[in-house]
Design a protein. Sequence first.
Length: 399
Amino acid sequence: MKPNPGGQLAPQDIVGRDALIQDLKDVLEQQSVLLVAERRVGKTHVLEKFKTMAPAGWVIIKRDLESVRSGREFVECTMADLYPHLETKTNLRNWLQNLGEQAGGAQFGPIKLPNFTHRPWKQVLYEAIDHLHQNPDIERLIFLWDELPWMLQGIAKTNPTEAMELLDTLRTLRQQGGNKLRMVFTGSLGLHHIIRTLKTQGYANAPINDMQLVEVKPLSTADAQGLVQRLLTDSQLQVEHPDLYARTAQAVDCMPYYIHHVAAALVRTHRGRSEKLDWAAVSATIAQSIQAPHDPWNLQHYEERTQEYYGTQRPQSLALLDALASSAEPLSITDTIKRARGTHLDVEPREWQDLIRLLQRDHYLVRDDGGNLAFKFGVVKRWWVWHRGLPNPAQGRQA
């Protein structure tokens, strides 16, 4: 295996996910899934490997929905994905031909969709899923919809009512599809933010309360250590001491994306050298990546997205994150709020607590067994301290 930071990995190179994929299979036997995780933790690779490990009789349809901007476009994509699996085993072909004759709309390969100004897109979707039950060869149809929250956000900005209708339609389809239909929603934007925004505009439904939440976590220490070792060994880089593999994995939170980046940087700087890699070289590489002006790990995203996530509450969210980033140890909720208040004296305790819960759901913060708060990922905390010019808690601890 060679380092491939940010690239598409071959299924055999996606390590440490077999147990998670088995859990997904078990859950999907019963219900649909909301797959959540921090960005760069490997959600997309989990979905790709899941496709290769799915049971016989399961039809897996994966699509990235980030560029879809309307209910009509969503139905067009879904129909194009469904057609190859239903066309030969049901009367879907004749049904589509009849629809296409009704003021025909977009052409998708062999199929022509109706003009949705004459026929509601929701109705077309309901009728299409009805054909699923006519195909006995399909035990279960699984839609893997990546970046579905981004699609909904884009729709909601121009037509919040349509975003609400789409969420409700998908829930109805899950009920209509019975055991034959499952959906997996995932994306780098939390779906809870979209629903939260829609509720301020009158939305009162609970569109995902029938789905089970499954979190994609970083690799286990053993799997992350093994990945570091494999990447360095396969790149002909020797290490001074075997504990370097574990130290490297832990320094980047056992995140495969960062591990690939570190390995790629080490290959560039140490290939062909006679000396063995030591921790000083690896540590320097990690520090340089975190502080690089061109931001190779795209860490700036963690600050930029706070505008989209928290809107008018962004100053308070930044104050909370600054307070915890500046602390060498986890803080109680009370102490965190006390440190963050600063010039935000008019903010009520309930608002601080709601923000803390959101920051946890968005994978910024985590609570330990004692209920104290800390950054969830050390890499993000290190970057936050450096980027925002905060006192370095590590130096204070050493002093």
